[in-house]
Design a protein around this ligand. Structure first.
Ligand SMILES: [Zn+2]
Length: 221
């Protein structure tokens, strides 16, 4: 845990990575620390590695590596999956206007009142130190992160492809007007701030990084 000087309080946490592949888990553990072990899950990622890393250099393939959808689970009209403007699901409504407000603040208000969906952002990336392991993903339901995505897209469009970035989780803590302490975490993506890793990854053969293997692992806090 660390605190930023002069800014808002920030705590860093180490990354937890899940995968269904024992060889991938072993490689992650030897590079990032931690011991692979099995954990209870219904999904395919049955091995987790609690790494010792709070910052992970990653490679993002531009705008295509980011997706955002809005979700409200439930039955009937309460089931709503959209891109903010048009339905993605249910399948019968796909492509039709979903009625969500245009602004994020209004969408947030609707969600808070139980009348609208909440964001689910997904990043797909490769690990800059281990690109041969293929694609990883990170899913976030943070409104702050959703709000910052256009800025991230802009930064990625201005950067090389793949863009070398650093992933970390930031703890945001504040007190509400009524005095209640609130804290939550959001992922933070720094674009192009790790020259030493950039230099190292440039020396790798390009073919190494070109085709991610079809297995997918999940990076989570
Ligand atoms: Zn919608």
């Amino acid at each position: 845990m660390a605190r930023q000087r002069g800014g808002s309080p920030t705590a860093l946490s180490t990354w937890r990575i899940t995968t269904g592949d024992h060889a991938v888990a072993d490689t992650l553990a030897s590079s990032y620390g931690g011991i692979p072990h099995l954990w209870e899950t219904n999904g395919g990622h049955s091995i987790e590695v609690l790494t010792r890393r709070d910052r992970v250099p990653v490679l993002l393939d531009g705008e295509a590596s980011i997706s955002l959808r809005m979700l409200m689970r439930g039955t009937g009209e309460a089931f709503h999956v959209c891109d903010g403007t048009r339905f993605l699901e249910p399948a019968a409504a796909r492509g039709s206007v979903c009625g969500c407000p245009a602004g994020l603040a209004d969408r947030k208000a609707a969600a808070k009142a139980g009348r609208g969906p909440t964001p689910e952002a997904r990043l797909r990336f490769r690990l800059a130190d281990l690109p041969e392991l293929g694609a990883f993903s990170l899913t976030s339901t943070s409104w702050d992160f959703a709000e910052e995505l256009p800025t991230l897209v802009g930064a990625l469009n201005a950067a090389d492809t793949p863009a070398l970035c650093v992933l970390q989780y930031e703890l945001v803590e504040f007190a509400t007007l009524s005095g209640i302490d609130v804290s939550y975490r959001k992922p933070v993506v720094e674009v192009g701030r790790c020259a030493s890793v950039a230099a190292r990854s440039r020396t790798r053969p390009r073919a190494d990084r070109a085709v991610p293997r079809p297995r997918d692992a999940q990076l989570q806090w």
